[in-house]
Design a protein around this ligand. Sequence first.
Ligand code: FAE
Length: 544
Amino acid sequence: MSGDSARETGPRGVSRRRFIVGTGSIFGAAAVVGHSVPAHAAAAAVIQPGARVRALVIGTGYGGAVAALRLAQAGVDVHMVEMGMAWDTPGSDGKIFANTRTPDYRSYWLRTRTKQPLSNFLGFPLDKDVPRYTGILDAEEMGGIIVYQGRGVGGGSLVNGGMAVTPKRENFAAVLPSVAAAEMYDVYYPRANAGLGVGTVDPDWFETAACYQYARVGRKHAQRSGFPFVFVPDVYDWDYMEQEAAGTVPKSALDGEILYGNNHGKKSLQKTYLARAAATGRVSVSPLHKVTSVAPAAGGGYTVVIDQLDTGGNTTTTKTVTADRVFFAAGSVGTSKLLVKLKATGALPNLNSEVGKGWGENGNVMCGRANHLWDPTGAVQSSIPCSGIDNWAAGGAFAEVAPLPTGIETFASFYLSITKNPHRAQFTWNAAAGKVDLNWQTAWKQPSIDMAKTIFDKINAKEGTIYRTDLFGTYKIWGDHLTYHPLGGAVLNKATDNYGRLHGHPGLYVIDGALIPGNASVNPFVTITALAERNIETIIATDL
Ligand code: FAE
Protein backbone atom coordinates (compact mmCIF):
# COMPACT_ATOMS: atom_id res chain seq x y z
CA MET A 1 0.00 0.00 0.00
CA SER A 2 1.31 3.41 -0.80
CA GLY A 3 1.74 6.07 1.81
CA ASP A 4 -0.68 8.28 -0.10
CA SER A 5 -3.60 5.93 0.18
CA ALA A 6 -2.87 5.54 3.87
CA ARG A 7 -3.04 9.30 4.26
CA GLU A 8 -6.43 9.44 2.54
CA THR A 9 -8.10 6.61 4.36
CA GLY A 10 -6.20 6.64 7.61
CA PRO A 11 -4.96 3.57 9.38
CA ARG A 12 -7.60 0.88 9.41
CA GLY A 13 -8.51 -0.65 12.72
CA VAL A 14 -7.21 2.04 15.04
CA SER A 15 -9.15 5.02 16.21
CA ARG A 16 -7.87 8.21 14.65
CA ARG A 17 -7.53 11.63 16.19
CA ARG A 18 -7.27 10.07 19.60
CA PHE A 19 -4.57 9.10 21.98
CA ILE A 20 -6.64 7.91 24.89
CA VAL A 21 -5.02 4.64 25.82
CA GLY A 22 -6.74 1.33 26.28
CA THR A 23 -6.57 -1.75 28.40
CA GLY A 24 -3.61 -0.83 30.55
CA SER A 25 -5.91 0.47 33.26
CA ILE A 26 -5.39 -1.24 36.55
CA PHE A 27 -8.93 -2.56 36.73
CA GLY A 28 -9.41 -3.04 32.98
CA ALA A 29 -11.92 -1.28 30.79
CA ALA A 30 -14.95 -1.88 33.02
CA ALA A 31 -13.53 -0.06 36.00
CA VAL A 32 -12.36 2.86 33.88
CA VAL A 33 -15.90 4.20 33.83
CA GLY A 34 -15.59 5.27 37.44
CA HIS A 35 -12.50 7.32 36.68
CA SER A 36 -11.82 10.25 34.45
CA VAL A 37 -10.92 8.34 31.26
CA PRO A 38 -13.94 7.84 29.00
CA ALA A 39 -14.43 4.11 28.45
CA HIS A 40 -15.40 4.38 24.77
CA ALA A 41 -12.22 6.23 23.91
CA ALA A 42 -10.12 3.84 25.92
CA ALA A 43 -11.43 0.80 24.10
CA ALA A 44 -11.30 2.34 20.65
CA ALA A 45 -7.62 3.29 20.54
CA VAL A 46 -6.19 -0.22 20.79
CA ILE A 47 -4.89 -1.63 17.52
CA GLN A 48 -7.12 -4.22 15.85
CA PRO A 49 -6.03 -7.40 14.02
CA GLY A 50 -5.53 -6.74 10.32
CA ALA A 51 -4.94 -3.02 10.80
CA ARG A 52 -2.73 -1.21 8.31
CA VAL A 53 -0.80 1.73 9.75
CA ARG A 54 1.50 4.19 8.14
CA ALA A 55 4.06 4.34 10.94
CA LEU A 56 4.26 1.87 13.79
CA VAL A 57 6.45 2.74 16.76
CA ILE A 58 7.55 -0.09 19.08
CA GLY A 59 7.88 1.39 22.58
CA THR A 60 6.86 4.68 24.18
CA GLY A 61 10.11 5.85 25.83
CA TYR A 62 12.23 8.81 24.74
CA GLY A 63 13.06 7.68 21.21
CA GLY A 64 9.52 6.52 20.52
CA ALA A 65 7.93 9.67 21.90
CA VAL A 66 10.12 11.93 19.75
CA ALA A 67 9.41 9.86 16.65
CA ALA A 68 5.65 9.87 17.27
CA LEU A 69 5.45 13.60 17.87
CA ARG A 70 7.54 14.65 14.88
CA LEU A 71 5.91 12.18 12.48
CA ALA A 72 2.45 13.32 13.58
CA GLN A 73 3.40 16.97 13.17
CA ALA A 74 4.52 16.10 9.65
CA GLY A 75 1.06 14.70 8.92
CA VAL A 76 1.79 11.00 9.38
CA ASP A 77 -0.62 8.86 11.40
CA VAL A 78 1.26 6.90 14.04
CA HIS A 79 0.41 3.89 16.16
CA MET A 80 2.54 3.22 19.24
CA VAL A 81 2.74 -0.30 20.69
CA GLU A 82 3.78 -0.54 24.35
CA MET A 83 4.21 -3.75 26.33
CA GLY A 84 3.67 -2.01 29.68
CA MET A 85 0.55 -0.45 31.13
CA ALA A 86 -0.91 3.00 30.53
CA TRP A 87 -0.38 4.22 34.12
CA ASP A 88 -3.31 6.61 33.92
CA THR A 89 -5.65 5.13 36.53
CA PRO A 90 -5.36 5.11 40.33
CA GLY A 91 -5.13 1.87 42.28
CA SER A 92 -7.15 0.97 45.35
CA ASP A 93 -5.19 3.48 47.48
CA GLY A 94 -6.18 6.33 45.16
CA LYS A 95 -2.67 6.63 43.75
CA ILE A 96 -1.38 5.64 40.35
CA PHE A 97 2.13 4.78 41.55
CA ALA A 98 3.47 2.89 44.58
CA ASN A 99 5.92 4.42 47.03
CA THR A 100 9.55 3.32 46.92
CA ARG A 101 9.38 2.41 50.61
CA THR A 102 6.31 0.19 50.23
CA PRO A 103 6.55 -1.72 46.94
CA ASP A 104 3.37 -3.58 45.95
CA TYR A 105 1.80 -5.25 42.92
CA ARG A 106 2.41 -2.11 40.83
CA SER A 107 6.15 -2.02 41.42
CA TYR A 108 7.71 -4.85 39.40
CA TRP A 109 7.33 -6.29 35.94
CA LEU A 110 6.11 -9.88 36.34
CA ARG A 111 8.05 -10.83 39.46
CA THR A 112 6.78 -12.53 42.62
CA ARG A 113 9.48 -10.91 44.75
CA THR A 114 10.90 -7.40 44.57
CA LYS A 115 14.46 -6.96 43.25
CA GLN A 116 15.44 -3.68 44.85
CA PRO A 117 18.61 -2.02 43.55
CA LEU A 118 19.61 -1.44 47.17
CA SER A 119 19.00 -4.96 48.37
CA ASN A 120 20.01 -4.61 52.02
CA PHE A 121 20.11 -2.13 54.86
CA LEU A 122 22.22 -2.63 57.99
CA GLY A 123 22.80 -6.10 56.57
CA PHE A 124 19.10 -7.01 56.49
CA PRO A 125 17.58 -8.00 53.13
CA LEU A 126 14.87 -5.59 51.96
CA ASP A 127 13.16 -7.63 49.25
CA LYS A 128 9.67 -8.95 49.83
CA ASP A 129 7.00 -10.95 48.05
CA VAL A 130 4.63 -9.10 45.71
CA PRO A 131 1.82 -10.36 43.47
CA ARG A 132 2.94 -11.09 39.91
CA TYR A 133 1.71 -8.19 37.82
CA THR A 134 2.69 -6.07 34.82
CA GLY A 135 4.27 -3.52 37.15
CA ILE A 136 6.33 -0.49 36.27
CA LEU A 137 9.98 -1.48 36.93
CA ASP A 138 11.59 -4.37 35.13
CA ALA A 139 14.66 -5.84 36.82
CA GLU A 140 15.70 -7.89 33.80
CA GLU A 141 18.34 -10.45 34.69
CA MET A 142 20.66 -10.82 31.73
CA GLY A 143 23.94 -12.77 31.92
CA GLY A 144 26.07 -11.16 34.64
CA ILE A 145 23.97 -8.03 35.10
CA ILE A 146 20.52 -6.85 36.14
CA VAL A 147 19.21 -4.24 33.72
CA TYR A 148 16.56 -1.96 35.27
CA GLN A 149 14.02 -0.54 32.80
CA GLY A 150 10.70 1.28 32.92
CA ARG A 151 7.62 -0.53 31.58
CA GLY A 152 4.60 1.47 30.53
CA VAL A 153 3.49 4.40 28.42
CA GLY A 154 6.45 6.74 28.95
CA GLY A 155 9.14 4.02 29.19
CA GLY A 156 12.07 4.90 31.43
CA SER A 157 10.67 8.38 32.12
CA LEU A 158 8.15 6.75 34.49
CA VAL A 159 10.76 5.37 36.88
CA ASN A 160 13.92 7.39 36.42
CA GLY A 161 15.41 10.16 38.50
CA GLY A 162 14.76 12.73 35.80
CA MET A 163 18.42 13.81 35.79
CA ALA A 164 18.69 15.58 32.46
CA VAL A 165 22.35 15.97 31.63
CA THR A 166 23.90 17.18 28.40
CA PRO A 167 27.41 15.70 28.02
CA LYS A 168 30.29 18.13 28.08
CA ARG A 169 31.06 19.08 24.53
CA GLU A 170 34.66 17.91 24.76
CA ASN A 171 33.38 14.41 25.60
CA PHE A 172 30.85 14.21 22.77
CA ALA A 173 33.15 12.75 20.10
CA ALA A 174 33.57 9.64 22.24
CA VAL A 175 29.81 9.36 22.84
CA LEU A 176 28.63 9.49 19.21
CA PRO A 177 31.70 9.48 16.97
CA SER A 178 29.78 9.73 13.68
CA VAL A 179 27.66 12.77 14.64
CA ALA A 180 28.83 16.37 14.23
CA ALA A 181 28.97 18.03 17.64
CA ALA A 182 28.01 21.41 16.19
CA GLU A 183 24.55 20.34 15.01
CA MET A 184 23.85 18.59 18.30
CA TYR A 185 24.93 21.47 20.56
CA ASP A 186 23.46 24.21 18.36
CA VAL A 187 20.15 22.58 17.49
CA TYR A 188 19.22 19.18 18.90
CA TYR A 189 20.38 19.32 22.53
CA PRO A 190 18.58 22.67 22.99
CA ARG A 191 15.48 21.22 21.26
CA ALA A 192 15.55 18.14 23.49
CA ASN A 193 16.05 20.12 26.69
CA ALA A 194 13.14 22.39 25.78
CA GLY A 195 10.89 19.49 24.83
CA LEU A 196 11.66 17.62 28.03
CA GLY A 197 11.12 20.65 30.29
CA VAL A 198 14.58 20.55 31.87
CA GLY A 199 15.35 22.90 34.77
CA THR A 200 17.78 23.32 37.65
CA VAL A 201 17.27 23.69 41.39
CA ASP A 202 17.21 27.31 42.64
CA PRO A 203 20.69 27.62 44.22
CA ASP A 204 19.40 29.86 47.05
CA TRP A 205 16.65 27.43 47.98
CA PHE A 206 19.13 24.55 47.75
CA GLU A 207 21.27 26.16 50.48
CA THR A 208 18.45 26.09 53.01
CA ALA A 209 16.28 23.11 51.98
CA ALA A 210 16.34 20.36 54.60
CA CYS A 211 15.67 17.78 51.90
CA TYR A 212 19.02 18.55 50.25
CA GLN A 213 21.17 18.33 53.36
CA TYR A 214 22.53 15.08 51.89
CA ALA A 215 23.61 16.94 48.75
CA ARG A 216 25.26 19.73 50.75
CA VAL A 217 27.18 17.13 52.77
CA GLY A 218 28.15 15.53 49.44
CA ARG A 219 29.36 18.90 48.19
CA LYS A 220 31.38 19.62 51.32
CA HIS A 221 33.16 16.29 51.13
CA ALA A 222 33.80 16.61 47.38
CA GLN A 223 35.18 20.10 47.64
CA ARG A 224 37.39 19.34 50.64
CA SER A 225 39.04 16.67 48.46
CA GLY A 226 39.40 19.08 45.55
CA PHE A 227 36.73 17.64 43.22
CA PRO A 228 34.52 19.86 41.04
CA PHE A 229 30.93 19.78 42.35
CA VAL A 230 28.17 20.54 39.85
CA PHE A 231 24.44 21.11 39.93
CA VAL A 232 22.64 18.62 37.69
CA PRO A 233 19.49 19.66 35.79
CA ASP A 234 16.33 17.60 36.15
CA VAL A 235 12.86 17.36 34.62
CA TYR A 236 11.22 17.45 38.05
CA ASP A 237 9.14 20.61 38.56
CA TRP A 238 11.36 22.54 40.95
CA ASP A 239 8.61 24.98 41.91
CA TYR A 240 6.44 22.03 42.86
CA MET A 241 9.23 20.62 45.03
CA GLU A 242 9.56 23.92 46.87
CA GLN A 243 5.82 23.77 47.54
CA GLU A 244 6.22 20.20 48.80
CA ALA A 245 8.84 21.44 51.25
CA ALA A 246 6.50 24.26 52.30
CA GLY A 247 3.73 21.72 52.90
CA THR A 248 1.25 23.31 50.50
CA VAL A 249 0.88 20.45 47.96
CA PRO A 250 0.82 16.63 48.10
CA LYS A 251 4.36 15.31 48.43
CA SER A 252 6.12 13.12 45.87
CA ALA A 253 9.90 13.70 45.73
CA LEU A 254 9.78 14.53 49.44
CA ASP A 255 7.78 11.39 50.19
CA GLY A 256 10.31 8.97 48.73
CA GLU A 257 8.57 8.46 45.40
CA ILE A 258 10.83 7.66 42.45
CA LEU A 259 11.63 4.08 41.39
CA TYR A 260 8.01 2.97 41.02
CA GLY A 261 6.74 6.28 39.64
CA ASN A 262 6.06 9.80 40.92
CA ASN A 263 2.44 10.72 41.60
CA HIS A 264 3.28 14.43 41.34
CA GLY A 265 6.00 16.79 40.21
CA LYS A 266 7.92 14.81 37.61
CA LYS A 267 7.59 15.83 33.98
CA SER A 268 7.60 12.31 32.59
CA LEU A 269 7.06 11.84 28.85
CA GLN A 270 3.33 11.44 29.54
CA LYS A 271 3.34 15.16 30.39
CA THR A 272 5.72 16.39 27.68
CA TYR A 273 6.39 14.72 24.33
CA LEU A 274 3.54 12.21 24.55
CA ALA A 275 1.03 14.88 25.58
CA ARG A 276 2.05 16.97 22.59
CA ALA A 277 1.83 13.91 20.35
CA ALA A 278 -1.69 13.27 21.65
CA ALA A 279 -2.69 16.85 20.93
CA THR A 280 -1.94 16.36 17.22
CA GLY A 281 -4.82 13.87 17.04
CA ARG A 282 -2.70 11.60 14.84
CA VAL A 283 -1.21 9.31 17.48
CA SER A 284 -2.86 6.28 19.07
CA VAL A 285 -1.29 3.83 21.50
CA SER A 286 -1.87 0.23 22.54
CA PRO A 287 -0.61 -0.47 26.06
CA LEU A 288 -0.12 -4.06 27.22
CA HIS A 289 0.76 -5.00 23.65
CA LYS A 290 4.15 -6.57 22.94
CA VAL A 291 5.70 -6.78 19.48
CA THR A 292 7.15 -10.23 18.84
CA SER A 293 7.90 -10.15 15.11
CA VAL A 294 8.52 -7.80 12.20
CA ALA A 295 9.00 -9.21 8.70
CA PRO A 296 8.66 -7.91 5.13
CA ALA A 297 5.02 -8.06 3.96
CA ALA A 298 4.11 -9.52 0.56
CA GLY A 299 2.54 -6.32 -0.73
CA GLY A 300 5.19 -3.97 0.66
CA GLY A 301 5.70 -2.64 4.16
CA TYR A 302 6.10 -4.93 7.15
CA THR A 303 3.99 -7.55 8.89
CA VAL A 304 4.08 -6.94 12.62
CA VAL A 305 2.97 -9.60 15.11
CA ILE A 306 1.77 -8.30 18.47
CA ASP A 307 0.78 -10.18 21.64
CA GLN A 308 -1.89 -8.49 23.74
CA LEU A 309 -1.16 -9.16 27.42
CA ASP A 310 -3.30 -9.29 30.55
CA THR A 311 -1.95 -7.91 33.83
CA GLY A 312 -0.64 -11.37 34.70
CA GLY A 313 1.59 -11.19 31.63
CA ASN A 314 -0.38 -13.85 29.73
CA THR A 315 -1.09 -13.46 26.03
CA THR A 316 -4.82 -13.03 25.51
CA THR A 317 -4.77 -12.35 21.76
CA THR A 318 -2.15 -12.39 19.03
CA LYS A 319 -2.68 -9.71 16.40
CA THR A 320 -1.10 -9.37 12.99
CA VAL A 321 -0.99 -5.90 11.46
CA THR A 322 0.83 -4.24 8.58
CA ALA A 323 2.93 -1.07 8.76
CA ASP A 324 4.51 0.94 5.99
CA ARG A 325 7.36 1.88 8.32
CA VAL A 326 8.45 0.52 11.67
CA PHE A 327 10.43 2.45 14.29
CA PHE A 328 12.23 0.31 16.87
CA ALA A 329 12.07 2.30 20.11
CA ALA A 330 11.87 -0.59 22.58
CA GLY A 331 14.96 0.61 24.47
CA SER A 332 18.53 -0.66 24.12
CA VAL A 333 17.68 -4.14 25.41
CA GLY A 334 14.22 -4.41 23.87
CA THR A 335 15.30 -3.27 20.41
CA SER A 336 18.50 -5.34 20.44
CA LYS A 337 16.70 -8.49 21.54
CA LEU A 338 14.06 -8.10 18.84
CA LEU A 339 16.56 -7.42 16.05
CA VAL A 340 18.92 -10.24 17.03
CA LYS A 341 16.03 -12.70 17.17
CA LEU A 342 14.51 -11.50 13.88
CA LYS A 343 17.83 -11.73 12.05
CA ALA A 344 18.70 -15.17 13.46
CA THR A 345 15.27 -16.67 12.81
CA GLY A 346 15.12 -15.40 9.24
CA ALA A 347 12.36 -12.83 9.66
CA LEU A 348 14.74 -9.97 8.80
CA PRO A 349 17.59 -11.84 7.08
CA ASN A 350 19.27 -8.81 5.56
CA LEU A 351 20.17 -7.07 8.83
CA ASN A 352 23.95 -6.79 9.04
CA SER A 353 26.34 -8.45 11.46
CA GLU A 354 26.61 -5.33 13.64
CA VAL A 355 23.14 -6.03 15.06
CA GLY A 356 23.48 -7.03 18.73
CA LYS A 357 26.98 -5.58 19.13
CA GLY A 358 28.36 -2.64 21.06
CA TRP A 359 26.27 -2.90 24.23
CA GLY A 360 27.43 -1.12 27.36
CA GLU A 361 26.00 -0.24 30.77
CA ASN A 362 27.22 3.37 30.90
CA GLY A 363 29.74 2.25 33.51
CA ASN A 364 27.15 2.34 36.30
CA VAL A 365 28.38 1.43 39.78
CA MET A 366 26.92 2.37 43.18
CA CYS A 367 28.43 2.80 46.61
CA GLY A 368 27.72 4.32 50.00
CA ARG A 369 29.99 5.99 52.56
CA ALA A 370 29.48 5.97 56.32
CA ASN A 371 29.68 9.50 57.66
CA HIS A 372 30.60 10.59 61.16
CA LEU A 373 27.80 11.21 63.64
CA TRP A 374 28.37 14.97 63.31
CA ASP A 375 27.62 14.75 59.57
CA PRO A 376 23.95 13.75 59.35
CA THR A 377 22.50 13.64 55.82
CA GLY A 378 18.88 14.26 56.84
CA ALA A 379 15.87 12.09 57.61
CA VAL A 380 13.78 13.58 54.78
CA GLN A 381 15.72 13.46 51.50
CA SER A 382 14.40 14.57 48.14
CA SER A 383 14.35 11.46 45.96
CA ILE A 384 15.35 13.66 43.02
CA PRO A 385 19.15 14.09 42.86
CA CYS A 386 20.34 17.57 41.96
CA SER A 387 24.12 17.40 42.07
CA GLY A 388 27.19 15.47 41.09
CA ILE A 389 30.96 15.17 41.39
CA ASP A 390 32.79 15.48 38.10
CA ASN A 391 36.06 13.57 37.90
CA TRP A 392 35.56 12.39 34.31
CA ALA A 393 38.67 13.91 32.79
CA ALA A 394 41.05 12.93 35.59
CA GLY A 395 39.57 9.66 36.80
CA GLY A 396 36.88 8.53 34.34
CA ALA A 397 33.98 8.92 36.79
CA PHE A 398 30.98 11.24 37.15
CA ALA A 399 29.19 10.54 40.43
CA GLU A 400 25.64 11.60 41.26
CA VAL A 401 25.12 12.46 44.88
CA ALA A 402 22.09 10.23 45.30
CA PRO A 403 19.43 10.14 48.02
CA LEU A 404 18.71 7.36 50.50
CA PRO A 405 15.07 8.29 51.07
CA THR A 406 14.49 5.87 53.95
CA GLY A 407 12.64 8.40 56.11
CA ILE A 408 15.20 8.04 58.92
CA GLU A 409 18.66 9.48 59.51
CA THR A 410 21.19 7.04 58.03
CA PHE A 411 24.45 9.02 58.34
CA ALA A 412 25.19 7.64 54.88
CA SER A 413 26.23 9.32 51.67
CA PHE A 414 25.13 7.41 48.61
CA TYR A 415 26.38 7.68 45.03
CA LEU A 416 25.63 6.38 41.54
CA SER A 417 28.75 6.71 39.41
CA ILE A 418 28.83 6.78 35.65
CA THR A 419 32.26 5.64 34.51
CA LYS A 420 34.31 5.23 31.36
CA ASN A 421 34.09 1.43 31.46
CA PRO A 422 35.62 0.17 28.17
CA HIS A 423 33.87 -3.24 28.09
CA ARG A 424 31.18 -3.91 25.50
CA ALA A 425 28.93 -6.94 25.37
CA GLN A 426 27.02 -8.65 22.56
CA PHE A 427 23.49 -10.03 22.28
CA THR A 428 23.24 -13.41 20.53
CA TRP A 429 20.40 -15.77 19.66
CA ASN A 430 20.30 -18.92 21.80
CA ALA A 431 18.41 -21.27 19.50
CA ALA A 432 18.20 -24.10 22.03
CA ALA A 433 16.59 -21.90 24.67
CA GLY A 434 14.66 -19.82 22.14
CA LYS A 435 15.88 -16.56 23.66
CA VAL A 436 18.48 -13.84 23.30
CA ASP A 437 21.54 -13.94 25.58
CA LEU A 438 23.93 -11.14 26.58
CA ASN A 439 27.57 -12.03 27.28
CA TRP A 440 28.26 -9.33 29.92
CA GLN A 441 30.57 -10.53 32.70
CA THR A 442 30.15 -9.25 36.26
CA ALA A 443 33.95 -8.97 36.51
CA TRP A 444 33.83 -6.37 33.74
CA LYS A 445 32.70 -3.84 36.36
CA GLN A 446 36.18 -3.76 37.87
CA PRO A 447 37.31 -0.79 35.73
CA SER A 448 34.19 1.08 36.89
CA ILE A 449 34.98 0.33 40.53
CA ASP A 450 38.57 1.50 40.00
CA MET A 451 37.34 4.75 38.43
CA ALA A 452 34.78 5.39 41.17
CA LYS A 453 37.52 4.78 43.73
CA THR A 454 39.47 7.71 42.27
CA ILE A 455 36.77 9.84 43.92
CA PHE A 456 35.69 7.96 47.02
CA ASP A 457 39.00 6.55 48.26
CA LYS A 458 40.27 10.10 48.31
CA ILE A 459 37.18 11.46 50.08
CA ASN A 460 37.29 8.66 52.65
CA ALA A 461 40.97 9.33 53.33
CA LYS A 462 40.35 13.04 53.72
CA GLU A 463 37.26 12.67 55.92
CA GLY A 464 38.47 9.68 57.93
CA THR A 465 35.41 7.72 56.80
CA ILE A 466 34.79 4.26 55.34
CA TYR A 467 32.61 2.63 52.71
CA ARG A 468 29.22 1.23 53.75
CA THR A 469 29.24 -2.54 53.43
CA ASP A 470 25.56 -3.18 54.22
CA LEU A 471 23.70 -1.85 51.17
CA PHE A 472 24.24 -4.52 48.51
CA GLY A 473 24.53 -7.60 50.71
CA THR A 474 26.56 -8.35 53.80
CA TYR A 475 30.10 -6.97 53.64
CA LYS A 476 29.71 -5.86 50.03
CA ILE A 477 30.86 -2.35 49.13
CA TRP A 478 30.06 -2.02 45.43
CA GLY A 479 26.73 -2.16 43.67
CA ASP A 480 28.34 -3.72 40.60
CA HIS A 481 25.54 -6.10 39.66
CA LEU A 482 23.24 -3.69 37.85
CA THR A 483 22.71 -0.86 35.42
CA TYR A 484 20.03 1.79 35.00
CA HIS A 485 21.54 2.96 31.71
CA PRO A 486 21.61 0.23 29.03
CA LEU A 487 22.97 1.62 25.75
CA GLY A 488 23.85 0.17 22.35
CA GLY A 489 23.12 -3.10 20.56
CA ALA A 490 22.12 -1.46 17.25
CA VAL A 491 24.81 1.17 17.02
CA LEU A 492 24.44 4.27 14.84
CA ASN A 493 26.44 4.14 11.61
CA LYS A 494 27.12 0.42 12.15
CA ALA A 495 23.89 -1.59 12.40
CA THR A 496 22.14 1.43 10.87
CA ASP A 497 23.17 4.27 8.64
CA ASN A 498 24.10 7.59 10.26
CA TYR A 499 20.41 8.42 10.86
CA GLY A 500 19.12 5.14 12.29
CA ARG A 501 17.93 3.47 9.06
CA LEU A 502 18.55 -0.26 9.52
CA HIS A 503 20.78 -1.68 6.80
CA GLY A 504 19.16 -4.30 4.59
CA HIS A 505 15.48 -3.49 5.16
CA PRO A 506 14.27 -0.09 3.89
CA GLY A 507 11.54 1.41 6.07
CA LEU A 508 12.89 0.02 9.34
CA TYR A 509 14.50 2.44 11.80
CA VAL A 510 16.14 2.35 15.23
CA ILE A 511 15.45 5.51 17.23
CA ASP A 512 16.30 4.79 20.89
CA GLY A 513 19.21 4.13 23.25
CA ALA A 514 20.27 1.12 21.17
CA LEU A 515 21.96 3.59 18.79
CA ILE A 516 24.44 4.89 21.39
CA PRO A 517 27.58 2.75 21.60
CA GLY A 518 27.55 1.88 25.28
CA ASN A 519 28.45 5.08 27.09
CA ALA A 520 27.08 8.63 27.23
CA SER A 521 29.57 10.03 29.82
CA VAL A 522 26.54 11.27 31.81
CA ASN A 523 22.95 10.11 32.40
CA PRO A 524 21.69 9.22 28.93
CA PHE A 525 18.12 10.33 28.24
CA VAL A 526 18.87 13.86 27.01
CA THR A 527 21.31 12.41 24.48
CA ILE A 528 18.80 9.73 23.43
CA THR A 529 16.17 12.45 22.95
CA ALA A 530 18.48 14.83 21.09
CA LEU A 531 19.73 12.09 18.75
CA ALA A 532 16.14 11.04 18.04
CA GLU A 533 15.28 14.69 17.23
CA ARG A 534 18.23 14.84 14.83
CA ASN A 535 17.49 11.56 13.10
CA ILE A 536 13.73 11.95 12.70
CA GLU A 537 14.18 15.38 11.11
CA THR A 538 16.27 13.86 8.32
CA ILE A 539 14.05 10.78 8.01
CA ILE A 540 10.92 12.93 7.61
CA ALA A 541 12.64 15.22 5.12
CA THR A 542 14.03 12.48 2.90
CA ASP A 543 12.05 9.24 3.40
CA LEU A 544 8.45 10.34 3.88
P1 FAE B 1 12.89 3.29 27.12
O1 FAE B 1 12.64 4.56 27.80
O2 FAE B 1 13.40 2.14 27.92
O3 FAE B 1 11.54 2.86 26.39
C1 FAE B 1 11.37 1.63 25.74
C2 FAE B 1 9.91 1.21 25.86
O4 FAE B 1 9.67 0.12 24.97
C3 FAE B 1 9.52 0.73 27.25
O5 FAE B 1 8.36 1.41 27.67
C4 FAE B 1 9.26 -0.76 27.06
O6 FAE B 1 8.26 -1.28 27.93
C5 FAE B 1 8.85 -0.83 25.61
N1 FAE B 1 9.10 -2.12 24.98
C6 FAE B 1 10.20 -2.88 25.07
N2 FAE B 1 10.09 -4.01 24.31
C7 FAE B 1 8.86 -3.91 23.68
C8 FAE B 1 8.17 -4.75 22.77
N3 FAE B 1 8.72 -5.88 22.30
N4 FAE B 1 6.93 -4.37 22.37
C9 FAE B 1 6.38 -3.23 22.84
N5 FAE B 1 7.01 -2.39 23.71
C10 FAE B 1 8.24 -2.73 24.13
O7 FAE B 1 13.91 3.46 25.90
N6 FAE B 1 18.51 8.42 32.59
C11 FAE B 1 18.82 9.72 32.73
O8 FAE B 1 19.22 10.37 31.77
N7 FAE B 1 18.67 10.35 33.94
C12 FAE B 1 18.25 9.68 35.06
O9 FAE B 1 18.09 10.28 36.14
C13 FAE B 1 17.96 8.30 34.94
N8 FAE B 1 17.58 7.57 36.02
C14 FAE B 1 17.18 6.27 35.84
C15 FAE B 1 16.69 5.56 36.94
C16 FAE B 1 16.20 4.27 36.77
C17 FAE B 1 15.67 3.50 37.94
C18 FAE B 1 16.19 3.68 35.47
C19 FAE B 1 15.63 2.30 35.24
C20 FAE B 1 16.69 4.39 34.39
C21 FAE B 1 17.20 5.67 34.56
N9 FAE B 1 17.70 6.40 33.49
C22 FAE B 1 18.06 7.71 33.65
C23 FAE B 1 17.82 5.80 32.14
C24 FAE B 1 16.74 6.26 31.18
O10 FAE B 1 15.47 6.12 31.76
C25 FAE B 1 16.87 5.43 29.89
O11 FAE B 1 18.16 5.66 29.35
C26 FAE B 1 15.82 5.81 28.86
O12 FAE B 1 14.52 5.60 29.36
C27 FAE B 1 16.01 4.99 27.57
O13 FAE B 1 15.16 5.54 26.58
P2 FAE B 1 14.76 4.70 25.32
O14 FAE B 1 13.89 5.53 24.47
O15 FAE B 1 15.98 4.09 24.73
